[in-house]
Design a protein around this ligand. Sequence first.
Ligand code: HEC
Length: 736
Amino acid sequence: MKFPRCMSLALVCCVFLSWLTPRRAIRAAEAPVTWSRQIAHIVYQNCATCHHPGGSGPFSLLTFRDAYRRGPQMVQATQSRYMPPWLPAPGYGDFAGARRLSDEQVALIRKWVESGMPEGDASNAPPPPHYDPTWQLGKPDLILTVERPYILATSGSDVFRNFVLPYPLAQTHYIRAMQILPTVPQVVHHANVLIDRTASFRRRHPTDWEDGVEGMELELDAGNTFDPDSHFLFWKPDTPVLEEPEGMPWRLDGGNDLILNMHLKPSGKPETISAQIGLYFTPERASKLPMLLQLEDDRDLDIPPGNRHFVVQDELKLPVDVHVFGIYPHAHYLGKELEGWAILPNGKKEWLIRIPNWDIDRQSVYRYRDPVFLPRGTVLHMHYVYDNSEDNIHNPNSPPVRVRAGNRSVDEMAHLWIQVLPVNAPKRGPDPRLLLEQAWMEHRVDKNPRDFISLYNLAAALAGLGRYTEAAADYRKVLVSHPDDARTLNSLGAALENAGDLQQAEESFTRAIAAGHDTCDAQFNLAGLELKRSKFREAEEQFRGMLRQCPGDAETRGGLGLALDGEGDSTSAKTEFERALELDPGNFTALYHLGEMAIESGPPQRAIDLLEKAAAQRPDDVDSRERLALAFAQSGRSSDALKQLREAVQLKSGDANLHALLSQVLAGTGQLQQAIDEQNQALRLQPNDADGWNNLGVLEARAGKTVAARQSFQHALQLAPDHAQARANLARLPSR
Ligand code: HEC
C-alpha cells in the first residue's frame, strides 16, 4: 500500500506587472552598458532557456531586437526578482541549477535600459544559444508513446490528465535518465511520472485507461514487497533531462506501468496532447537505494477566513544517517512562507529550504548541489505559514472563506517530500530504508491512530525487520477496523508463520482465502505452510487449485514441483520446475531444484548452468552457492568450487558444514594445511561431530602429522566408540 499522493495543482495564476516608463537620460561619464558586451551574456545564461521560440516563456529574448522591445519589462521583472522564476531564498540550501541573478547583473540590466538600450558592436556579441526540441542525450534506449492523444479544450479550468504507459519489456532495466517530450510543451505546466509496480491503476480503470484518466491525485497499490518510492520524476518545460546521480538509477520490471500525470493549461485554441517518454538504460544495477520521506500535517489544516498567519508543522526524527538529495515543498494558493530545516543531534540548525513567497504555479523539485549529510538522531522540521486574507494575491476566494485540507486546488495541503539516501549502514544489518519506514509510519500512527494504511505499513516494516511478533500485533490492530481485509489477513499469516506460530498462521491464511476474491497470495502462502509442515498432498492440492483459479505463474508451478518432490514423485516435479522456467527463466525455485536434480543425475554442465543462474538471482543465498560449488567440484573445476565456497563462508561464517566442505575441496587440490585449518574451524563450531574428527585425522595423517592424527581419531572414538572408520584409521597409523 502506499499513500495517496497529491501531484500538484490547478488554475492559472496570473500576475500582471505594470510597465515601467523608460527613462532614457544617459549619463555620459559612465562606460556604456551594451547588449553585445554584457546584456546578451546575462540573458543567454539566465533567460533564454525559457525565452526562446517554442520555449515556456511568453516571448523570445534571443536577439537584440527581442530584448529591445522588452527592456523596461525586463528591468521590472528582474528588480522585483519575479524573473528568473526561482522560489527558494538564497543562503537556505545550496541547490543545483539555482536561477538567480546577482545584484550586479540586475543593476546592469537597469543601467542598460536607462541608457537607451544600446546594441554596441554586434560583431562582439556572443552567438545565441541553440535549443533542440528533440532528445537531448541522443536517441533513447526505449521510447514510450501516449497512444491515444487527448484533446484539450480551448478554455476552461486546468486539466490533470493521467496517461498509462505500460513498460513493454519482460526484462528488468535500470534507468539513468529520462526525458519527456510533449507534443505541445507550451500547455504543459508540469508533469510527474509515477511507477505503478502492480499495474493497479490500469486494473482500477479497466475500460478507460487507454484514453487517459482525469484526476490530480492517484492512489497506487505498491504490492506486497517493500519497494518504496525513491525518485522525484518531476518535469517542467525547459528543464534539462532528468539524470540520476551515479549509482542511483531507478528500476523498471516487466509488468510495471509508467503513469504520466500532466497538468495542462488551456491555451485559447484546442490542442492535441500527446507525449513521448524517452528512457536511457544503464547496465549497472542500483547500488544506492534512496527513499522519499514525507512530512505533512493536513489534519491540522483548517484556516479561518481572514487569518493571515496560520501555521502548520510536522517533524520526524531520523533513525539512520542519510544524505539528502532533493526536496519538494507543496502547498496550494494560501501557502505563503514554506520552510524546511533540520536540527542536528548537536543542536545545530541546518536549513534545507526557505521559500519566503510561495507561488503554486512555480512549484518545483529542488536538488542539492552536494548531498546534505544528516546524522541519525537529526530531527527534520516542516514549518508552513498560510495567508487566508484578502492581501494574499493568490487567494482564490474573495471574500476569503474557511479552507481545509483536500485534493481540489481550492483546498489546501501541507506536504514536504524529501529524498534521502541512507549512508553508513552496517553491512550485515537490516535494510536502513525499513528503519526509516518504521520511524515514519510510527510517527504517522502517533499523529492519527486511525490511519490504518500507515498502521499496515508499520506492521509490514516490522515484519521486514524480522520483528514478527510486533508486526502481528499491529496487523491485528488493522483488523479491528477492517476485519475482512484479505491482504492484512494474509500478511498477518506470514508474520505468524515466521514467528513460528504455524497453527494461527494457517487460520489466518484460511480466513484471508474466505474473505477475498483475489486471494492467490494467501493460497500460495497456505500451500507454502503445508510444504513446511511436510503436508505435501495438501500443498499439491492448493497449488493445483491455484493453477485453475489464478493465472498460472512461475512461483505456483515451482511450488507444485516442491510438493510433488516431497511426495517422492521426482519425475512430475521435474516437469513442473521446467514449466516454471518456461514461464520465468529467472525463477529461483525452479533453477535451484533442477540444478540439484542435475547434480544427482548429470550432466554436470547442466547443473552448473542452472545453479549459476540461481546464484545470480539471489547472490546472498548460501545454499545455491554450496550446490554450485558441488557441481563445479563434480566436473573437476576445483578453483571455481573453492571460490563459491569461500563466498558462501563469507556469507555464513558460522556454518560448520560449509567449512567442512571447503576443507574437502582444499584437500582434493592438495592444499593440506588449509584443509586442516578449515576442518578445525568446522570442529570449533561443531565439537561433537565424530565424523569431523575422523576426517581431521585423515588430513593430518596425510600431512605426516601422526601425533595429531592419533589424537583426532581417539577423539572421534571417545565421542562415538563404535566409529569403525576411526578405529581402522587409528590401527593403520604407523606405530610410535
Ligand atoms: C524557467 C523559465 C524562465 C526563465 C529562466 C525566465 N523566464 Fe521570464 N517568464 C517565464 C514565464 C513562464 C513567464 C510568464 C509569466 C509567468 O508565468 O511567470 C515569463 C515572463 C517574463 C516577463 C513578463 C513579466 C510580466 O510582466 O508578466 C519578463 C519581462 C521576463 N519573463 C523576463 C525574463 C528575464 C529577463 C529572464 C532572465 C533574467 C527570464 N525572464 C527568465 C519563464 C522564464
